[in-house]
Design a protein around this ligand. Structure first.
Ligand code: DGL
Length: 261
């Protein structure tokens, strides 16, 4: 079993970390850092790009692909399912669980600009939370801060607090906040620190892991040594390459390969 992951950056690692704890398989994490942030791209660009990346993972033998990105899932997962025969697992903001918790008192969604302003999330809100006031806030700046934190272990508390202090979340004080971007679980501590003490953050990594486990069967313990391969679409620097080893990847490649001069 070979499971592929796709995201624009490190965000999908928040999902990958949960899945690989529950499912024994070979993993290929394909990071499209050439086009980060996805949250500022058009739907047609995301669809074409995800098609290309999925084709590459299929060529590498992926049996299942996790679109570990809310932006790409909300814009392209249906398109991919129409074009490829393997299963695609997507990640969408936890609107339904938030509505179940809020009991009609409203909640907030933190996402990328594309997800926050997109039709998909509007549809989820109409369907599952018609009586809630839902505050949506899209920020690519938070995506960049999550990248800085994961790669360079930078302290980003002040920047996260500054961004949230001028966001609609500061005015509305929602006690439930949906993390609608896979980068944001990496900022969970900073986001909690910037919001009122009782705020509950909702993320989807564990639910995705259970879904993948259900699709591939309950095989948890194998004796085989598994491969964890990381592919980036733009070259990584030395700090990033070393960080990958700490994150548990045993191989790294750049795709497409740089042209030799
Ligand atoms: N991690 C992504 C998401 O869940 C995309 C971030 C971006 O590239 O804008 O939406």
């Amino acid at each position: 079993m070979r499971i592929g992951f796709i995201d624009s950056g490190v965000g999908g690692l928040s999902v990958y970390q949960q899945v690989q704890q529950q499912v024994a398989a070979d993993y290929i994490y394909l990071m499209d850092n050439k086009y980060l942030p996805y949250g500022e791209k058009s739907e047609s660009f995301i669809q074409q790009r995800l098609y290309q990346l999925s084709e590459h993972l299929l060529d590498l033998g992926a049996d299942l692909i996790v679109i570990a990105c809310n932006t790409a899932t909300t814009q392209a997962v249906e398109y991919l399912r129409q074009h490829f025969a393997i299963p695609f697992v997507g990640v969408v903001p936890a609107i339904k669980p938030a509505a179940a918790l809020s009991l009609g008192h409203g909640f907030a969604v933190l996402a990328t600009p594309a997800t926050a302003n997109g039709d998909y999330i509007a549809g989820l809100i109409r369907q599952f939370a018609p009586n809630d006031q839902v505050i949506k806030f899209g920020s690519s700046e938070l995506v960049r801060l999550a990248e800085d934190k994961v790669w360079y272990q930078q302290d980003v508390q002040q920047q996260v607090s500054d961004i949230l202090s001028v966001s609609p979340l500061a005015e509305h004080h929602s006690h439930i906040v949906v993390l609608g971007c896979t980068h944001f679980p990496f900022l969970a501590e900073e986001i909690k620190c910037a919001l009122p003490a009782a705020t509950v953050l909702l993320e989807t990594g564990d639910a995705i892991a259970r879904r993948v486990r259900q699709l591939v069967g309950e095989k948890l313990i194998y004796k085989k040594q598994y491969q964890h391969c990381f592919i980036s679409t733009r070259e990584l620097n030395e700090v990033q390459t070393n960080r990958l080893i700490q994150l548990g990847f045993d191989q790294h490649q750049c795709w497409p390969m740089p042209i030799a001069s």
